[in-house]
Ligand binder design. Structure first.
Ligand code: ZN
Ligand code: ZN
Length: 660
């Protein structure tokens, strides 16, 4: 029984490394979600009133202030609890993904970066093909039903998937609801924003890491007050306090960029489905190359599926051919085969554009002493330094450590003995400049084109045909629509297969198919040439035939017997310590206490593929369970048995995507 003479108590969850909510005294009973300022130790922090019973026994400090801010919606609170429980993260850390004190300050009066509340679904929709029309009608019906559902929108590249789901967005707006569109990369959002503008006559609110603090505050407030109708964002947008969310779209759902790899390790695609469930709204997963997980959920009927089998406007899918580098090798020391060069010349002669794809930034991935074989590696990571001629430096792609290329080999002291081994995009650009001296070429890689403004500039130059040849990393793989681009050359189609992790084949097919999809999106037909040393590899064969469902069936057949995802569950433990001995000791302790039982298997410990990262030693263990066994209780019981000292970190990665 509550003592009426005592002030009411509330539970407050703080956006810091705590799992538990703390108990405070309030002047009046505060509704759940209310944002408050409370003392924590000797400082004042912002937190949210959580709807769970406060502790009646503890000594409680009073709430210092109640903030004039709409309370967090209940669906967000349930979502935060759920994500924490699933990922084994602390609830406070999950709350912090969407609540930071800096977001709550009033936005400056004159800062108006986005027009909110202006999207007018009443504008006439675009002209849709019969297949698009059918798919859009199904999605609109789901939105209007205001019930939870998951649909895979599976359409070939260039089939107009965006136009289809924008009609679902329009339906949400007609119902006075908010819509969230998740995109894997900001660079991708430029052309998306243009399409959105031409459909709705206004810009949506955007949410990603490149916003200024003022833009963040303004957008956050517009979301919670319900003024931002449509938010287009990176994965963290999932944690915004939408009070009336009516639709979540996850575009390019197969993208591994949706997986957060540090802090709270969550997969935004999977968590989007969970948030939609708490909001009782539909979610649409969009891809031309669905992940095996999503394809399997559609095949078993857990998810609905809509297909767009043909390109929009009658454009044909590009022809894909392999160039066998064993039979048709490039000149010595070069990387483009004569066949690819001829195809590029033909393309340029017709006034069309060509793209070369190589998913490697910089000039060369490895720098080696030609006399003694010494390789320049990062002192803080188990990785080679990558030469970037554009910056005149050698750079570590893991920690950012940079040095100037030494003129003398530190091992054998020979002068000027270092040679680049293998190509990066900068080296391909050099080769292109030699062969196509009169043609403007543009390199698109994240270290050269680092923000939305530069990406927009680059896209503009391509659209205006100021550029003949585009050379790019994964940045160019998806989303872009360049009508004059008719040839795509993949410099090294075997590159992604070398890693050998669980999804190496699947990810290579997805990425190269997306790259191939950039060719021939308008009237002129497209052509794709894959340079490979193994043209009969199943991955290359799948790209040549274009039969991705058959490839996924083969992948499923490979993974099913060993209970690999999606036919089983995985969780990784990553042990990190500054002392190698400590990392090994805790990894061995964990192995000694490894869970046992039917359908449970623990692999490792083993040094991580990147066993030294930013000066810390890393060991990995992998828990694999049958699909019917949830990994979380197994993990909790396991971790409770091992005492981990403060100078060792054990990260838990449920449903890992990276195995590095
Ligand atoms: Zn040397
Ligand atoms: Zn490094």
């Amino acid at each position: 029984m509550t003592d009426p003479s005592r002030p009411p108590r509330v539970s407050v969850l703080l956006p810091y490394k705590f799992d538990a909510a703390f108990t405070y005294e309030a002047e009046t009973l505060l509704p759940p979600g209310t944002l408050v300022r409370v003392p924590l130790g000797n400082r004042m922090v912002v937190g949210a009133v959580w709807d769970e019973a406060p502790d009646a026994a503890v000594k409680a400090k009073p709430v210092a202030a109640v903030l004039e801010f709409p309370p967090l919606p209940e669906n967000l609170m349930r979502f935060i609890d759920w994500v924490a429980s699933y990922t084994l993260a602390k609830r406070g850390d999950v709350l912090a993904l969407g609540l930071k004190e800096a977001l709550l300050a009033p936005p400056p009066k004159r800062a108006k970066h986005y027009e909110f509340g202006g999207a007018n679904p009443a504008l006439p929709g675009p002209h849709l093909s019969p297949a698009q029309d059918k798919a859009s009608a199904a999605l609109r019906a789901d939105v209007a039903a205001e019930k939870f559902s998951v649909t895979l929108l599976d359409g070939v590249t260039g089939s107009g998937k965006t136009e289809v789901y924008l009609e679902a967005v329009a339906e949400a707006l007609r119902g006075q609801k908010q819509a969230l569109v998740l995109l894997p990369e900001i660079a991708l959002s430029i052309q998306f924003l243009q399409r959105f503008c031409s459909r709705f006559g206004t810009k949506p609110a955007v949410w990603h890491s490149e916003l200024t603090p003022a833009q963040r505050r303004e957008t956050y407030r517009a979301v919670v007050e319900g003024r931002a109708d449509v938010v287009v964002g990176a994965r963290s947008a999932l944690f915004l306090p939408f009070p009336k969310l009516g639709l979540i779209v996850v575009d390019e759902e197969h993208e591994s960029a949706f997986k957060q790899e540090d802090g709270v390790m969550y997969h935004a695609r999977d968590m989007a489905v969970v948030r939609a469930r708490f909001c009782s709204c539909p979610t649409v997963l969009v891809s031309a190359t669905p992940s095996l997980e999503t394809a399997e959920n559609a095949a078993t009927g857990r998810y609905k599926k809509l297909d767009l089998p043909a390109r929009h406007g009658g454009a044909a899918l590009p022809e894909v051919h392999a160039i066998d580098l064993r039979a048709d090798p490039p000149e010595r020391g070069k990387f483009l085969s004569p066949r690819l060069i001829t195809a590029m010349q033909e393309t340029l002669a017709r006034g069309e554009q060509a793209m070369l794809f190589l998913n490697r930034r910089g000039y060369a991935p490895l720098t080696l002493c030609r006399r003694c074989g010494h390789r320049i590696s990062c002192p803080h990571c188990s990785a080679w330094l990558v030469e970037h001629r554009s910056h005149a430096r050698l750079i570590c792609h893991h920690c950012g450590h940079t040095v100037q290329k030494p003129s003398q080999c530190p091992a054998c002291e020979t002068e000027n003995s270092f040679v680049p081994i293998g190509p990066g995009v900068e080296r391909i650009a050099e080769e292109v400049a030699e062969i196509f001296s009169g043609t403007e070429a543009l390199v698109m890689a994240s270290d050269i084109i680092s923000g939305p403004v530069q990406a927009q500039e680059a896209a503009g130059r391509i659209e205006r045909r100021e550029v003949g040849i585009i050379i790019g990393t994964q940045m160019v793989a998806k989303g872009w629509h360049f009508p004059h681009l008719t040839l795509v050359g993949v410099v090294d189609a075997d590159l992604g297969l070398a890693g050998g992790d669980l999804r190496a084949g699947e990810h290579t097919v997805q990425m190269l198919h997306q790259v191939a999809g950039r060719a021939g999106r308008a009237e002129a037909p497209g052509r794709v040439l894959l340079q490979s040393f193994a043209p009969d590899h199943p991955v290359i064969m799948a790209l040549l035939s274009g039969d991705l469902p058959e490839f996924l069936r083969q992948e499923a057949a490979l993974r099913m017997p060993g209970h690999w995802p999606p036919f089983g569950r995985l969780a990784a433990l990553i042990v990190t310590a500054a002392e190698e001995r400590l990392a090994d000791q805790i990894a061995r302790d964990l192995a000694r206490h490894a869970p046992r039982g039917e359908g449970i298997e623990v692999l490792g410990p083993a040094p991580a593929p990147i066993s030294l990262l930013r000066g810390k030693f890393r060991r990995r263990l992998l828990l694999k369970t049958a699909r019917a066994i949830a990994v979380q209780p197994v993990l909790r019981e396991w971790l409770a048995q091992v005492a981990v000292p403060r100078n060792v970190k054990v990260d838990v990665d449920v449903d890992p995507v990276s195995f590095m």
